[in-house]
Structures are given as structure tokens and as C-alpha cells.
Design a protein around this ligand. Structure first.
Ligand SMILES: Cc1cc2nc3c(=O)[nH]c(=O)nc-3n(C[C@H](O)[C@H](O)[C@H](O)COP(=O)(O)OP(=O)(O)OC[C@H]3O[C@@H](n4cnc5c(N)ncnc54)[C@H](O)[C@@H]3O)c2cc1C
Ligand code: FES
Length: 249
């Protein structure tokens, strides 16, 4: 069975790329080799009992990236770490987006961009066609390029929010499948349109978690499987689910 750690990994970079949003690069061949887009790691933050889940935002031969927003104690702790410090990490955890030879539209809103950047890299490597949308409050200082960048303040690309531009972009991109990660209202909006238009859609949920490994039921949700309701764990059965399975709260 694959060793998921805990691994004690050297931080190579930890920089602020937008207001309270950081990119961390960690050394970690095992996680880099075994992850697929949509999967996450679980990071110990000082003496907090619960590890914090963060999506893998990209890999190289021996490193992987995280993109995270300061929300509370755990992410504040992470933001204060310096290159050369060590992070205690378990992963990769959960499932990822399906990768097939289809025409993809990738959508990341805010820090939901993390798994979307990784997915774009993998589709590029596999020469699978895709277009991408990055939606942010304001421009991120990273070198990632999206087919369509949307910022609320107009500092990069199209000005506004996802729903101001989505239907037009959809008519241009004509995807077979959409993969999205971001706040629930954005994911619900896109899912409803995709399902109406018979476009496959996969969503990466970022709900609350406790153990992160399928043991505690702390992340249990109800999902739809045809006419039936089933229980699922975001950390183990997700975080990626098919759009039609989600019951939006
Ligand atoms: C599978 C998964 C992948 C994730 N990937 C990323 C990622 O790539 N980048 C990133 O920035 N965040 C990601 N998150 C969310 C991230 O885990 C939380 O923001 C983080 O755990 C907050 O920890 P904290 O100690 O800083 O804040 P806390 O002190 O725990 O919480 C501070 C505030 O943030 C809210 N909060 C806590 N967890 C979440 C959450 N999951 N979603 C929304 N609000 C929350 C709390 O309700 C509270 O109001 C992911 C979550 C999941 C489940
Ligand atoms: S967080 Fe414990 S089962 Fe998912």
C-alpha cells in the first residue's frame, strides 16, 4: 500500500501572491509522484489537533505546490513558515478529477484555483484539449495563464464575476466536461447550467473536515445516486464528485 506519511518536508518557498493568499512549495517526491489533480494533503499546524486540508496545486519531479488563503489559526501558522522550515504533511488524500480524452473547461475561483492549475498542467502534458477560467477578487502574482481571467476589480482580464461572463465563455469553449473548484454558490451556478445543457461536470468540494482520512465521519454529506440518497465522505469518496450527485444546501 502507498505510504501517505506523515512526511516531514522541507519548505522551499512560501510567498504572498495576493492579499492573504500564499503559495508554498515543498520538497516531497512521494507526494509529487503519486498525486492527481483534485487530491489534497493534510498539514499539521503547530499544536492544533486537526490537520488542515489543502489541495495540491501542481507537482514537479521532487516538489509540490499549495495555494492557500489565511482563514484562521492554522493558515496563519503556515503563512509564518520560512524556506528551510519543515512541515508535517499526510497525502495525497481523496480522489481526483477524471482524465479522459475529452474537451475540458477548467474553472477555479479564488484559492479553488489550486487543483485547477494542477489539472491544466496534466492535460497539457497529455495533450488533451482544454480551456480555463480563473476568477479572483484581484490579480494573483503568479505566472499561471488562463484562457479567461476574471477579476472583480478589473486588475487582470475581464472585469466582474464568473456569472457575468460564464454563458458567453461556455458558448465559445463548447466543452464536453467541466471541472470546477471554488465557493459553493459559484459551483452550484455552473453545475445547474452544465446539467441543463447535458455537459458532464465534476466539482471539488472544500467542506469542513476532521480526520481527513475517512475514519471519523466529520465530513459526511448526502449525495444523490440516481433516485437514491447515499452517505459519502468528502475526504475519502471526494473531494471530487459528479455535479449531479451534489445536494446544494
Ligand atoms: C479537500 C479540501 C481542500 C482544500 N483546499 C484548499 C486550498 O487549496 N487552499 C485553501 O486556501 N483552502 C483550502 N481548503 C480550505 C482549508 O482547509 C481551510 O481554509 C483551512 O482548514 C482553515 O484553517 P484555519 O485554521 O486557518 O482556519 P479555522 O480557524 O479552522 O477557521 C477560520 C474560519 O474559516 C472557516 N473555514 C474553515 N475551514 C473552511 C473550509 N473548508 N471552507 C471554508 N471556510 C472554512 C471557518 O468556518 C472559520 O470561520 C480546502 C478544504 C478541503 C476540505
Ligand atoms: S474528515 Fe473524518 S471521515 Fe472525513
Amino acid at each position: 500500500m502507498q505510504n501517505k506519511g506523515p512526511f516531514f518536508l522541507k519548505i522551499l518557498e512560501n510567498i504572498e501572491i495576493s492579499d492573504k493568499i500564499y503559495k508554498m512549495v515543498l520538497e516531497g517526491g512521494s507526494i509529487a509522484h503519486n498525486s492527481s489533480p483534485g487530491q489534497f494533503v493534510s498539514v499539521k499546524c503547530a499544536d492544533l489537533t486537526l490537520r488542515r486540508p489543502l489541495s495540491i496545486a501542481g507537482v514537479t519531479e521532487n516538489t509540490f505546490d499549495l495555494i492557500y488563503k489565511i482563514k484562521g489559526t492554522g493558515t496563519e501558522y503556515l503563512a509564518a513558515l520560512k524556506p528551510g522550515d519543515t512541515a508535517d504533511v499526510i497525502g495525497p488524500l481523496g480522489n481526483g478529477f477524471s482524465i479522459e480524452n475529452k474537451n475540458y473547461l477548467l474553472i477555479g475561483c479564488g484559492v479553488g484555483i489550486a487543483p485547477i492549475i494542477f489539472m491544466g498542467n496534466i492535460l497539457e502534458q497529455k495533450k488533451i484539449p482544454y480551456k480555463s477560467i480563473g476568477c479572483f477578487k484581484s490579480k494573483y502574482k503568479t505566472d499561471n495563464e488562463y484562457t479567461y481571467c476574471i477579476t472583480e476589480d478589473g486588475s487582470s482580464g475581464l472585469k466582474g464575476r464568473l456569472n457575468d461572463h460564464f454563458e458567453y465563455i461556455l458558448s465559445q469553449a463548447k466543452p464536453d466536461i467541466i471541472c470546477i473548484c471554488g465557493p459553493n454558490p459559484a459551483m452550484q451556478y455552473v453545475t445547474e447550467i452544465a446539467l441543463k445543457k447535458n455537459i458532464d461536470i465534476e466539482v471539488a468540494l472544500e467542506g469542513d473536515m476532521a480526520c481527513g482520512t475517512g475514519v471519523c465521519m466529520g465530513c459526511a454529506i448526502k449525495i444523490k445516486k440516481g433516485d437514491k440518497l447515499e452517505s459519502a465522505k468528502i475526504c475519502k469518496d471526494g473531494p471530487v464528485f459528479k455535479g449531479e450527485e451534489i445536494i446544494w444546501g
